[in-house]
Design a protein around this ligand. Structure first.
Ligand code: NAD
Length: 537
């Protein structure tokens, strides 16, 4: 899910006069105060200290929940966070209990009406202020992502830019949300269709883009007048804690508007099951999404589900092969292949499959695998569990008859013996029904399969439970249009690598999700239509 700009990790200049847009008063502790008098009610974190001290979360009394404008302790089971490059534990973060999740929801409920009554421009100003703070701390936030996700620094910087993009883009909707006015059915009547917030949004995030997915959810939710209880993945909670400390210290919101609880499955399940949650915005695994939906169904809680993918990349006989190879190598190995939009299977016209495969293997062998803080293309996988999952997928593929063209599983990197390294691997000898062609691998393994014609390519591509992203490489207009028309996928990349734009729409068909995020349609999903019949005749 990296943005197209994110993949290129631009060095952008710092915005000047970053407080200029926050000159409006802010609501603190029930009192409106001028910006110069703002103080965080959280524990005072010196700016340099905010470059996240992982130890802080592990310290006795290290507060990990941000509720009602202040830091609180969570009393549930602590969960270890590891450095993927070394396998060493770097923090232990307590989980919020169901009661503590309830406290956060109570705070969010109390704050919601007041927050929704603010002018939308004020809510937009808050988002712009947060964006400014994240921009000022982009290096530290990126370092935090490198440390806990294991993504190369350039990609981590790209994720920070992507997160900032969500905040700024949604802030710019502050004067653009419109209702409708209809004539009534009877004389002397007019009907208003108004966009109302949904209420309290539970924002549940995965580990592969902790900051970007957080901002993808909180920015539209807050702009439209909802309040939020966010939960990061237990695998990568540190960047989120870091981001909340920055917000609390430098761009505080009214208490209760944006709350944080840490923890894993039980904490997430409590957030979904609680009747105080009006909507669950979830990004994660397909099976978790199904369980979220089943729980939410008990109270008809609204859900938005962004789930997994099994993106096909179709390379046609007239494709620009240099472009196709470079794009698919990038789309398969970005974040060590742990991306929902990653090119998971490659379908190549049989007339060029040998040429393509030779070039692809050479490009994969040229990838630099190493410590993510260095100049590398591929870092470690995020966790031992994820490494095991991808290794098992490879073993199954080999058992089913696939052959290794390069790579082959666990790698070693000097000085980091305990890290979760995986050699980028290319497979031949695959067949359409094999699990490596149907199930999400979520690691740097590329199966290549030759196809005879476009009908066959499209049939194999669509023969999947997933329908998130797909790729087509062709210079022929008819081939491209036919492919776009026939693919049952929500997001199609034509002659390019992965990377959504904040103002487009990111949504999976079939078992890749329900709802969709980003752009106008993603924003409006955090609203509901209220109808008012004005009878004056
Ligand atoms: P996951 O489903 O294991 O966890 C996601 C989040 O859900 C975590 O915060 C976790 O603690 C929480 N959770 C777990 N069980 C829960 C439950 N029963 N109720 C509520 N919350 C629960 O997913 P992951 O391993 O963190 O992420 C990888 C998956 O996410 C992949 O399948 C990937 O394709 C998908 N993903 C999709 C998108 C998208 O935009 N479509 C983006 C990123 C990742």
């Amino acid at each position: 899910m990296p943005s197209s700009t994110a993949t290129r990790a631009r060095s952008s200049t710092r915005p000047s006069g970053r407080w200029a847009h926050c000159e409006r008063a802010s609501w603190r502790g029930g009192v409106w105060t001028e910006p110069s008098r703002r103080r965080s009610r959280g524990f005072g974190v010196a700016e340099e200290d905010v470059a996240f001290s992982a130890a802080r979360a592990s310290e006795p009394g290290g507060a990990v929940s941000f509720v009602d404008g202040e830091w609180r302790e969570a009393s549930g089971t602590p969960i270890a966070v590891t450095d993927p490059a070394s396998g060493e534990e770097i923090a232990s973060v307590p989980s919020a209990t169901a009661a503590e999740v309830g406290d956060a929801l109570d705070a969010a409920r109390r704050a919601q009406r007041e927050w929704s009554r603010l002018p939308a421009t004020t809510r937009g100003d808050h988002l712009r202020a947060i964006a400014g703070v994240f921009a000022d701390h982009r290096e530290a936030l990126a370092d935090s992502l490198v440390r806990e996700v294991g993504k190369p620094k350039a990609q981590a910087l790209g994720e920070v830019e992507f997160a900032i993009g969500f905040l700024r883009y949604n802030a710019d909707w502050d004067r653009r949300i419109e209702g409708e006015i209809l004539p009534g059915d009877v004389p002397g009547e007019v009907i208003h269709l108004l966009r109302a917030p949904v209420g309290v949004v539970g924002a549940i995030c995965p580990w592969n883009f902790p900051l970007a997915v957080l901002c993808r959810k909180i920015a539209p939710a807050l702009l439209t007048g909802n309040t939020v209880v966010a939960k990061p993945s237990e695998v990568t909670p540190l960047t989120t804690l870091h981001a909340f400390r920055l917000v609390a210290e430098h761009a505080p919101l009214p208490p209760g508007v944006l709350n944080l609880v840490t923890g894993g499955r039980e904490t997430g399940a409590a957030l979904v099951a609680d009747p105080r949650t009006s909507m669950v915005s979830f990004t994660g695994h397909r099976d978790t999404g199904k369980s979220v939906m089943a729980t939410a169904a008990e109270r008809l809680t609204r859900v938005s589900l962004e789930l997994g993918g099994k993106a096909p990349a179709i390379v046609w006989r007239d494709a620009d092969l240099d472009l196709a190879v470079a794009s698919i190598v990038d789309a398969r190995h970005f974040n060590a292949g742990q991306v929902c939009t990653s090119a998971e299977r490659v379908l190549v016209h049989e007339s060029i499959v040998d040429d393509f495969t030779g070039r692809y293997v050479a490009a994969v062998e040229a990838l630099r695998v190493g410590h993510p803080s260095g100049e590398v293309d591929v870092g470690p996988m995020v966790s031992a569990a994820q490494h095991r999952k991808t290794s098992a997928a490879l073993e199954t593929a080999l058992r089913e008859g696939a052959t290794v063209l390069t790579g082959g599983g666990t790698a070693t990197v000097d000085g980091y013996a305990g890290g979760y390294w995986f050699t980028p691997t290319v497979l031949g000898g695959v067949r359409p029904g094999m699990s490596v062609m149907t199930e999400e691998t979520f690691g740097p393994v590329t199966p290549i399969y030759p196809v005879a014609d476009l009908d066959e390519a499209l049939a194999i591509a669509n023969d999947s439970r997933y329908g998130l992203s797909a790729y087509i490489f062709s210079r022929d207009y008819g081939t491209v249009m036919r492919t776009v028309d026939d693919l049952d996928f929500g997001e199609i990349y034509i002659n390019r690598t992965l990377g959504e734009s904040v103002h487009a729409h990111h949504a999976g068909f079939k078992e890749s999700g329900i709802g969709g995020e980003d752009g106008k349609w993603g924003l409006l999903r955090y609203t509901q239509i209220k109808t008012a019949y004005h009878h004056f005749g």
